[in-house]
Write a new protein. Sequence first.
Lengths: 374, 374, 374, 374, 374
Amino acid sequence: MIQTRFFRRHLAPAGAPPGTIHVRAGAAEPRYHAISYDAASLEEHAPATVAEARALLRKGRVLWLDVAGLGDLAALEEFVARFSLHHLAVADVAHVGQRPKVEDYGDTVFFVARMVTLSADGGIEWEQVSMFQSEGLVLTFQETPGDCLDPLRNRLREGMRLLRAAGSDCLACMVLDAIVDGYFPVLERYGEELEALEERVINDPSPRVLSEVFRVKHELMTFRRAAWPLRDALSRLLREPHALISPATLPYLRDTADHVMQVVDVIESYRELCGSLVDVYLSGMSNRMNAVMRVLTVIATIFIPLTFLAGVYGMNFDTSRPLNMPELGWGGGYLLFWAVCLLLAGVLLFAFHRLGWLGWGRRAAREDEEQPRQ
Amino acid sequence: MIQTRFFRRHLAPAGAPPGTIHVRAGAAEPRYHAISYDAASLEEHAPATVAEARALLRKGRVLWLDVAGLGDLAALEEFVARFSLHHLAVADVAHVGQRPKVEDYGDTVFFVARMVTLSADGGIEWEQVSMFQSEGLVLTFQETPGDCLDPLRNRLREGMRLLRAAGSDCLACMVLDAIVDGYFPVLERYGEELEALEERVINDPSPRVLSEVFRVKHELMTFRRAAWPLRDALSRLLREPHALISPATLPYLRDTADHVMQVVDVIESYRELCGSLVDVYLSGMSNRMNAVMRVLTVIATIFIPLTFLAGVYGMNFDTSRPLNMPELGWGGGYLLFWAVCLLLAGVLLFAFHRLGWLGWGRRAAREDEEQPRQ
Amino acid sequence: MIQTRFFRRHLAPAGAPPGTIHVRAGAAEPRYHAISYDAASLEEHAPATVAEARALLRKGRVLWLDVAGLGDLAALEEFVARFSLHHLAVADVAHVGQRPKVEDYGDTVFFVARMVTLSADGGIEWEQVSMFQSEGLVLTFQETPGDCLDPLRNRLREGMRLLRAAGSDCLACMVLDAIVDGYFPVLERYGEELEALEERVINDPSPRVLSEVFRVKHELMTFRRAAWPLRDALSRLLREPHALISPATLPYLRDTADHVMQVVDVIESYRELCGSLVDVYLSGMSNRMNAVMRVLTVIATIFIPLTFLAGVYGMNFDTSRPLNMPELGWGGGYLLFWAVCLLLAGVLLFAFHRLGWLGWGRRAAREDEEQPRQ
Amino acid sequence: MIQTRFFRRHLAPAGAPPGTIHVRAGAAEPRYHAISYDAASLEEHAPATVAEARALLRKGRVLWLDVAGLGDLAALEEFVARFSLHHLAVADVAHVGQRPKVEDYGDTVFFVARMVTLSADGGIEWEQVSMFQSEGLVLTFQETPGDCLDPLRNRLREGMRLLRAAGSDCLACMVLDAIVDGYFPVLERYGEELEALEERVINDPSPRVLSEVFRVKHELMTFRRAAWPLRDALSRLLREPHALISPATLPYLRDTADHVMQVVDVIESYRELCGSLVDVYLSGMSNRMNAVMRVLTVIATIFIPLTFLAGVYGMNFDTSRPLNMPELGWGGGYLLFWAVCLLLAGVLLFAFHRLGWLGWGRRAAREDEEQPRQ
Amino acid sequence: MIQTRFFRRHLAPAGAPPGTIHVRAGAAEPRYHAISYDAASLEEHAPATVAEARALLRKGRVLWLDVAGLGDLAALEEFVARFSLHHLAVADVAHVGQRPKVEDYGDTVFFVARMVTLSADGGIEWEQVSMFQSEGLVLTFQETPGDCLDPLRNRLREGMRLLRAAGSDCLACMVLDAIVDGYFPVLERYGEELEALEERVINDPSPRVLSEVFRVKHELMTFRRAAWPLRDALSRLLREPHALISPATLPYLRDTADHVMQVVDVIESYRELCGSLVDVYLSGMSNRMNAVMRVLTVIATIFIPLTFLAGVYGMNFDTSRPLNMPELGWGGGYLLFWAVCLLLAGVLLFAFHRLGWLGWGRRAAREDEEQPRQ
């Protein structure tokens, strides 16, 4: 079934002023996790409140504060106050379902991206990640405590020199890169699914397969709506880099932008592949129809004249009159009748053979066997 | 039925000079409502004439004058005179059906947008909202007294600090935001309608459903023609902000532009979905045809040879001659006939079973049951 | 029938140098009409020659010289000489069928647009209008004396203050506006035609209707080729206004560009509508086919087994032998035969009813009745 | 048959360095023709070698050297040396099949365009024309001695004042214009061909016609690949004119660019027309299928019940028993049988008439007659 | 079978920091080959280690170091250190499957392109070529020792003056040109394959041919994804040339960009051709269906009434009653029956002939014979 659900987004109630932060019912309570590091040392904290988190900010060090859970309105409003964030940006954090974007708020850069996770049972889940980057601070917001950023944390702990020595801009870039890296396994999943669907479209083209193709096509569209605006936003940022982003970070940003571009390319290929599968399906349908029609035509065309002939000799003309069906009285009349029938059938079969209508079933079957070997 | 009505717009009579204000027959008499506020206080008035309204304008305060009803030519011309508006812009106010746009008239910015309302019975109505913004003044024109701006008024009355302290540019931006916020419930309505249509296209693909799909597709096109030019106009305004728009207001404008972008994205998705539904419908039609053909072929193919056989033994060859149908005289001839018939039918049924033609109906039915569970 | 004629344009003979003015055979003799005005006074003249017309040009006044008929080569060459026009531009005047454009020849701006007229019998005729604007002069060339500019003349005579006080740039802009205003009634005609076609595609989908849809689609393409380049040219002019066009005229030009944009929007909608109509037509065809197949299948499937049965009891097995068709000798055999027939028919009808094949005709008819009410 | 041949181009052998000039096997020996002129006088020469040709170059005069035939490698290399051409450009001259382009080599401008000739038997041949323009020199290279530039030569000889007085830039522009002028007759040929195809698609839709439509579509694509890049190159040249091109020549260049734009417009229209023809063809096929199905259904549906009835009265039930087919013994049984048959046939015919299935053939035929008159 | 494999690329393990070089399992051990040249002399070396290779770099000479095989992580990291390469770029070298691009790392330009080789058995293999160009150095990395650059090496050895005298920028440009030159034979292979497919689509349209068309279409898409980004990157480089690229090299770069553009053009044509082949296939299917239906309809329609007639005269009405089937007793009744049958068949055949249904098979066959000759 084609999904239309994705299009619904969380919205503040109609009529609320822009910048009103509205917490979605059922959103999780926030949990805070902070990493403060410089080239020399790294500390981890689990602050309980926004105020505690704010206190960890220290000059000369980079603080990465990760907030998982968007369910606490008061906390979000405290972020606006204590970290001098724009309330519009914080509203975008709470109202998940935003278009990926990069926004410049003077001394803060605000990023929105969509993170994808491939769950163990093959499900694909999208989640909004919002990030604020300012001098010495990276603030990330997620809906649920996610594991896509854990490898990045481990690398920080293991003391990756390059990253530890660089500023908050480099960390922000690494966060984006980690999110984009998460797109590739999902892309491969779609690739495998399309391969399986292709197999089925050729060998067992039921309406259900078609409906699966459309489902994949629409999920790819959802994917594209996550990747395409991110690509645009990153390209714009590369063309006119923000003052907060140091030249040394630009190659990393370009690398990330490059990966998003690759993702978009592959999505386009896959979407076109879906279109081809629909064409293959429809042509398969049309072939089946043809095969059915051929069988009907061959059998009906052979027997219809024969049945007429049998009907003729079942007529009750008065055979005592000389011209009325003398054949009925002949000694070999019955055998002659069968001979005529067989001859007629043979001629028709030969004609159909010449038209190529007889070998169809077998030829098609042979092709089906050959194709997988191809 | 596909609507073509929307394309008609109200026009001045052909040959009238540009800038001629022409009042549409049947347009309502204007009603005025004014709110004058600064950070400290707020007053409301219901001026009876344009002159009275003009008198409310005071330095250091923002005046929001809302005009509902475009049926009074003299009043519109008085606006041109008393508020120094360009007559071309006022003509655009009266000639509803304009493309959404933002125009710069030096000390005034002129906005045209399309407001949508979802009536209680599910109808969707579009209306043009025109707005002039100049120093300390926001002038809005609507065709009918609408309630989409009421929440904004309430917020002003409740003394929303941020808005009350800002200038007329912020108010204009809030008006646009309120209009765009109104697009989302309508989008969701279309989403629900498409889900219902998808259900019907799969389970009950009548021509009527197809015609509904086309109706939705064309309504979405109408929607797109309201959102797309607004997006363009706002992007242009963001790139080269007008002097009247203060930097503090820009993030709000960007937020509104963002929302319009999201609307356009979703509309595109929906339009593509409509295309897929048409494909699903056509393939469903083709499947039905196949099923019908199969039934006909199976039954005809089984009975045609049998009928021929029955015809043969109904022939009147003179059985007194030894070679003429001796079968008729055999003791078990009749039983043998039935045995041959059953055998033949069995062989054909088995062949059709191998071709996969028999299980179709049942398999399709099973799939129908499974799909909703998916 | 799809028109391909429009694409032919009048050309100078192959090999002629660019700038060679070539008069189309059959083009009408020119008639001149001149209006000379300033804010205070207005004079009208009907000069007989180009020289006379040239003499009317006076400093401080605006001269509008309208030339209807392009059949006089000598006159056209005299225009080049006496009004210092570029011979390439005058060649474009004579070689009608040019793409709409705006060209800058230093002290002259050259406009080409396409004027449409809706004749009394519903025909749509396109004609090229060429216009030169320089300081104090507007020169318009038409193929036939047209009435689309008459309202503009009347307004000048009636002394429209704004226009009379402005320069030749304002007049040129009004001429363009008058031409574009003429597009809207034609658009509405197409809208009505499409509505009628939609009605017919749904209720009476003959091949002829389809051919009409294609005709409209191609006429819309012709329309688009008149509007789209004009839109481009006007946008470019607005972005980089020519020195001859005063800032006060720009809003009028923008208004005209706006109208062209609306025209292009509606044309695109209509073209998409044509595409939908083709889809509706094809699906209607497919439905009809389905209905035909169903009737055939239902009737054939019911009667084929019955006919076989009748054939069986028409066989001539020797009933004197005990096992040979004892049914024939039973007292109620014949009634039993009919009972079996009715039972079989009943079972099959019930099965078809369950498959939803029986109600089709009636259901489809009901839908046809309901749709118009929608 | 759809042509794929055009895509092959002449290439230097793989691995040759760029700039290696490689002469195509079978290319003709070059013939030189030189015209040297200024405003006052004109001389013509037929130099035998490149050195002789070089000697004709004189200050204050324009030399047009035309080289027909690209088969002499030594001569081409001599051109590089004696006329200071870039070897890459000369390699492009020899390797015909280049994309049309304009390249700036400092003191030389290099043009590549595609010339089309309509041979007497209706064939369409494409050929590459390469041109170098520098101060006082225009060098043109063609594959075969063509006549498309002859009219231009005649005009030079006849002393066309404007061209004779201008520099080599004007001559280069005239050469381009002559090439583009050659596109229009070919466009008209395609227009006529499409009109004829349209006629055949409607009246006699055989697969062969469809294949012709595809052939025209692909030839138009070839055409587009000649015109589109030329349009781009000329637009770029107009936006940033080369120092060698004087302002007085720009209007002529713009005129040529305009013509190419018109060509591209018409090609797009024609390609869309091809698409419509395919749709018309497919819908015609579907109509024929419908007509065939209807005939089969009407005849089968009428006779199948009647045949069953005849079969019933051919049964051999023992009529001596009272309930067994007493109808057979009735005096008017046979007439009653016919009456029932006719009644049944009548009822069915009426039903089909109401469904609109009977008049089809006749209605369709009537429409075919009417359409041409339209 | 449509390939989806191409989309998989080699990736560092998820979560690795950007710039982590990860060697693909199974990648070959690197082999080094160095050419050091200036205008006067050329030396070749086969250094065993990166350090040895580094030592070959000498001022005033150009060093081309070719690395075939990406399987040695330590060596790649040594390249970063000894040649001052950016580790991100070297990671892109190892992680093959990158989008073609040109990146500027200050004193180094980094190129990624895709090289295609046509193997002897007709297979098409894509491989990533990465190249670093800096003052006096060109570093190329390939997955396998390829022969596509061998001709370039030979030219260097043979002392091509132009190339030997120029700097490393010219060599880099030649490498790109060699890669792009390799695209043309593959394009021609696809052209031949499409021609063969076209032949088969028309003469033997089996589902397998359709599947081949889709395979080619998708391989062309892969091709396009190699050529299109390269075109973009080269155009950008041409618009804003890097300081390392001398003006004398620009024409060579432009030549290469030109060739890529041609490749993209032809790919687009081929993709459109694939679309046409699908249309031709579907219309061929539809024609076959029509032919089958016609045969069935003609034979069934002729024999159904005749069979009814035979059934009528097989009825057992009591002929002793005067009105019951007196025809049976007529002397010429049987002959009359046959006469009626032949007459009826003749009339029907004539009707079908007029509808054009009879000549189909033969006409279609004739067309098939004629088409190849066309």
